[in-house]
Design a protein around this ligand. Structure first.
Ligand SMILES: C[S@@+](CC[C@H](N)C(=O)[O-])C[C@H]1O[C@@H](n2cnc3c(N)ncnc32)[C@H](O)[C@@H]1O
Length: 285
């Protein structure tokens, strides 16, 4: 009831219902002919947006840091790194904690790689222009594989490809972090980015338009659970949804989870609590 009222409000204010995923419209930054100065400003402003809404500090503290060590180097691959602010933040936090982390950040978009490598270098972080599938072909492996705001960009085949690539590339853990679609997220972002409206501003960033479209393209937790292969779990955080593959835990899969996988269900685990999410979204403890 409340969600329906919020959706009507979002439809009136934002101009779109959030009830179903947007599958057709594409973001301005994905247009190869988009304004390059606008794109540069978009990468710049995504640093602030990601810091405020993407929750990577929590992912680092609760999911990644426990795997890192001060004596032994851990390797991490960030897929679809764009302007590179998330891998930069991860490298900085690990260094501050005295933990040895070597990060490879990849993106096939030459404009993203050019922007990321134009910024001052950060120790233990390198950028590379390639697809995740290129690394699979090379036989590369990393302890941890991450991505931020990539899942909602992809069509069904590309999503399957990314999940398969991450499974091949990760030795221990995969965390794909993305926005959770909701009318409240769209309304909040619409209000919060009002000062960034592009109308009448040459070379303005696309952060408002692309961010709003990203929310409309994103998954709800139940929708994500329905498209993840067996063995993957859905993590939830405020306004966020995470596709998680715990490779180490899967090696010792409990019988309940194995049975769920056979039935085509996915298991949801948040900080030690595990629930099984059926394809129709009903949770069973
Ligand atoms: C919205 S951007 C996200 C950028 C950045 N992670 C951020 O949070 O600002 C999504 C990026 O994923 C990249 N991408 C999509 N599929 C990919 C794949 N299979 N391997 C590597 N990068 C990919 C695209 O080129 C695009 O730059």
């Amino acid at each position: 009831m409340l969600n329906r009222s919020l959706d009507s409000l979002a439809q009136a204010v934002v101009g779109h219902s959030l009830a179903d995923r947007e599958l057709e419209a594409e973001e301005i930054m994905d247009d190869p002919d988009c304004d390059l100065e606008g794109l540069r400003r978009t990468y710049q402003q995504f640093v602030v947006v990601n810091r405020l809404v993407s929750g990577w500090r929590g992912v680092y503290v609760h999911r990644l840091r426990p795997l890192l060590s001060a004596e032994r180097t851990t390797t991490l691959l960030d897929i679809g790194s764009g302007g590179g602010d998330v891998p930069r933040a991860l490298a900085g936090w690990a260094a501050r904690d005295g933990l040895r982390l070597e990060i490879t950040a990849i993106d096939p978009d030459d404009r993203a790689t050019a922007y990321a490598t134009s910024l001052p270098p950060v120790p233990h972080l390198r950028f590379r222009q390639c697809f995740s599938s290129d690394l699979v072909r090379e036989g590369a492996r990393f302890d941890i594989v991450t991505s931020n705001h990539v899942l909602h960009h992809l069509g069904p085949q590309q999503l399957d490809g990314l999940l398969a690539d991450s499974t091949d590339l990760a030795r221990r853990l995969v965390v794909h972090d993305d926005i959770a679609r909701s009318p409240l997220a769209a309304l909040g972002y619409w209000v919060g980015t009002l000062p960034l409206h592009r109308r009448g501003r040459p070379h303005a960033s696309f952060v408002r338009d692309d961010g709003l479209l990203s929310i409309r393209r994103s998954y709800t937790p139940d929708e994500l659970a329905a498209v993840l292969p067996a063995g993957w779990t859905v993590g939830r955080a405020p306004f966020r949804v995470l596709a998680v593959l715990d490779v180490a835990q899967n090696a010792e899969t409990p019988p309940e989870a194995s049975a769920a996988a056979v039935r085509g269900e996915s298991t949801t685990s948040v900080r030690g609590e595990t629930a099984v999410t059926t394809p129709d979204g009903a949770d069973r403890a």
